[in-house]
Write a protein that binds this ligand. Structure first.
Ligand code: OGA
Ligand code: MN
Length: 289
């Protein structure tokens, strides 16, 4: 068992981990206490000063569960951004090399929960910073347990049995970050559209969280759009209170691990310097109410 030290990042969510070198293999007991710390801090851990090869990042990520790129495919749009030779790593970057993008530019420049448009969405996402701008390119995280628990009992009753349609096409159409030639017809095939409960119970913590997001949620199932849009917008405005948000300012060597079942995140695109990160994505169980 490796002793590590945890320091809260802010009152609402997240903690920094000190004393762990993820390039070494982590024994089961240490992993179990890291996993507990991850759940206890509402689903965000930041490991500082790491130096990880792609294979080391993949090996650590597999401890959380099966990975996109191995156990299931990523959506078509991101396939060209996978790291050659390591299909479990999705590259996020604004860099070009010989005219070729080195990763997906502006990935996640909208509030979302990774892959929520799939029957089995993302559980953990692990994002490792290799190159970051001197300033800018922060990532925001919002606590969806807190967003749910701070709703009135009347609103909780009203939304408790609702379901929402999640559809990759929402990001494609609304985000402005996908150009027409980045999109492929297969992105819109049935597997990138799924209906999930509006309120989910986290399978491990058993806590309830709001599970709708502006990036991928198309509508409340069974509602007219004139009914669905105001309700979703009210929930987003409520969830995005400043008090529920942590803003991560990246340093090279940071590995963040976030839980897509309890957090939404947003990549701020306000920089021109090079930014290059490696993401691994763990496949979740189908969310349930
Ligand atoms: C992602 C994402 C955030 C960032 O890759 O899923 O949302 O800050 N990235 O790059
Ligand atoms: Mn994302």
């Amino acid at each position: 068992m490796t002793q590590f030290h945890i320091q809260k990042l802010c009152p609402i969510l997240g903690a920094e981990v000190h004393g762990i070198d993820l390039s070494n293999s982590i024994d089961d007991e240490t992993f179990a206490s890291l996993y507990k710390a991850w759940l206890d801090n509402d689903g965000l851990l930041v490991f500082k000063n790491q130096c990880l090869t792609p294979d080391q990042q993949v090996a650590f990520s597999r401890r959380f569960g099966p990975l996109f790129g191995e156990a299931d495919q990523f959506q078509e749009t991101v396939l060209k951004y996978l790291l050659p030779g390591q299909p479990a790593i999705f590259r996020v970057s604004n860099k070009l090399k010989d005219g070729e993008p080195q990763g997906r530019p502006k990935a996640g420049n909208y509030w979302h929960s990774d892959v929520s448009f799939r029957a089995k969405p993302a559980q953990a996402s692990l994002l490792y910073a290799i190159e970051v701008p001197a300033s800018g390119g922060d990532t925001l995280f919002v606590n969806m347990y807190a967003a749910y628990s701070e709703l009135s009992s009347g609103m909780k009753d009203m939304i408790g049995n609702l379901r929402a349609i999640h559809d990759f096409a929402v990001a494609a159409e609304n985000s402005g970050t996908y150009t027409a030639d980045q999109l492929l017809q297969t992105d819109f095939d049935g597997q990138n559209r799924h209906i999930h409960p509006v309120v989910i119970t986290h399978p491990e913590t058993k806590r309830q969280a709001l599970y709708v997001n502006p990036g991928f949620t198309a509508a409340i199932d069974g509602f007219a759009s004139a009914e669905s849009e105001p309700l979703l917008n009210m929930l987003y405005n409520h969830a995005l209170r400043h008090e529920f948000i942590y803003r991560h300012r990246w340093e090279v060597g940071d590995l963040t691990v976030w839980d897509n079942r309890s957090l939404m995140h947003y990549a701020v695109v306000d920089y021109e310097d090079s930014r290059y990160l490696h993401r691994t994505t763990v496949i979740a169980e189908t969310p349930s109410q």
